[in-house]
Design a protein around this ligand. Sequence first.
Ligand code: UT7
Length: 326
Amino acid sequence: MIRARIISTGSYVPPKVLTNAELEKMVDTSNEWIVSRSGIRERRIVERDVATSDLAVQAALKALEMAGMSAEELDFIITGTNSPDMFFPCTSCFIQSKIGAKKAAGFDILAGCTSFIHTLSMADKFIKEDPKRKVMVLGAEIMSKITDWKDRGTCVLFGDGAGAVILTGEEGERGILSTHLHSDGSLWELLYMPGGGSANPPSHETIEKNLHCIKMAGNQLFKVAVRALAEVSQEALDFNGLKSEDIDYMIPHQANTRILEAAAKLINFPTERMYLNIERFGNTSSATIPIAIDEMNRSGKLKPGNLILLCSFGTGVTWGGGVIRW
Ligand code: UT7
């Protein structure tokens, strides 16, 4: 059996740290509220002149270095992002040009925080078609530039960062076992950015009304997220004939510690085996899972044969999951 296996990882977060104490000076909030409601203590924020592809390139170069591979060997670059450099061209094309991946076909996926699971799913399909292919998939976001810094309900949650993984085909049991993708567009108003697109093209009015920033019904989204994450995790387990106890690590989208604990409880998954870094980076949307995978990989936590459960949830609403044998 040929499977798409992750052969290397890389991640990058900008050096500038924004702490909860600093946010206390910007909006009516408190460190105690942010930590108890979300699990976040600090997040990383880019400087004004940095674009999403700049973060992605740093993550990409680290993944290439780990693989001992040149950028010219890549066949595809697929980036999950909700905060692209520009509407078009796609951020993957900027990454392709900056790293010199001349042969690679680049395109983006915009499916909320779930986008990285979509990129993995695409890589899986491309590699099953031709196992020699080398596919780089990324999650990269600059959420700080689409955040309303006066809205305490959202500005305390998000951060900037990027993660990349390279996959290729390999005979055997290691690699992506399955991915599972879902959406329910009727719930779009729970999390959206109304301004700048064809529905509300840029105008003085859209700027004045702050429509180019994230709008979120956090509490309603919370409940939907818990159920969706639990359901897709169970779906991924059932599809592979696995039980919670077979899984070595769950690497979930880092949206909120309480959401993840509640979802884990629904499928009887012990939180000790769930990898969390939300405390340090906040919610970096599509980038949370690849950053977490890279941290675990580089710290030696992931051993060959480990079973990893992925799950994510985001705007759309979209949700997805999958199982990887490391
Ligand atoms: O990654 C994509 C998907 N994202 C998510 O799934 C995020 C989902 N939602 C959440 O993570 C949580 O809903 C939040 C962390 C955003 C909020 O937690 P919550 O327990 O759902 O709080 P809430 O929205 O019900 O608000 C409780 C109170 C409200 O005050 P009142 O009405 O009870 O007086 C809010 O106005 O907390 C208030 N509040 C704040 N207080 C201090 C909201 N934001 C803040 C804040 N600091 N930053």
